[in-house]
Design a protein around this ligand. Structure first.
Ligand code: ZN
Length: 139
């Protein structure tokens, strides 16, 4: 069995963003030489997500509005977490809703997606360097 590990780095200039990281994951897959197996992709920070959905800008705006309604950033005083001196209480909650990781099957050297599926990095407390782990296992 082969295994492969890589960290992808992001430094998003805004507080929140959704980034399609499918090309980076495909590059990892190609580099690994694995044809049959699984890939795990997870955010290594508790204020960011990795999730799968459609690469459609309307949907991303819907996420932004929906998450901001569920857990508004302001006022930061509404979150007990922010009593630690942080201002990212909302980002922890947004990450929980959007998820930590995805697992995708690898078949014939390709990501075995359903229709329109793409892998996204969801940033909820950006403006600093953060990592995503890509771990592949297979043959
Ligand atoms: Zn925090």
């Amino acid at each position: 069995m082969k295994s492969y590990r890589k960290e992808l780095w992001f430094d998003v200039p805004t507080r929140r963003a959704f980034i399609n990281i499918t090309p980076q994951v495909e590059a990892c897959l190609e580099e690994s030489g694995i044809l049959e197996g699984l890939v795990l992709v997870n955010a290594m920070h508790i204020t960011a997500s990795v999730f799968i959905n459609d690469d459609e800008s309307g949907l991303h705006q819907d996420y932004e509005q929906w998450l901001e309604k569920l857990a508004p950033h302001e006022p930061v005083s509404r979150y007990r977490h922010n009593r630690t001196g942080e201002d990212n209480g909302d980002a922890h909650l947004k990450r929980q809703v959007m998820g930590r990781e995805v697992v995708v099957a690898i078949t014939g050297g390709r990501l075995d997606f359903g229709p329109w599926e793409q892998i996204f990095y969801g940033e909820f407390d950006g403006r600093r360097k953060k990592r995503v782990l890509v771990k592949l296992i297979g043959e």
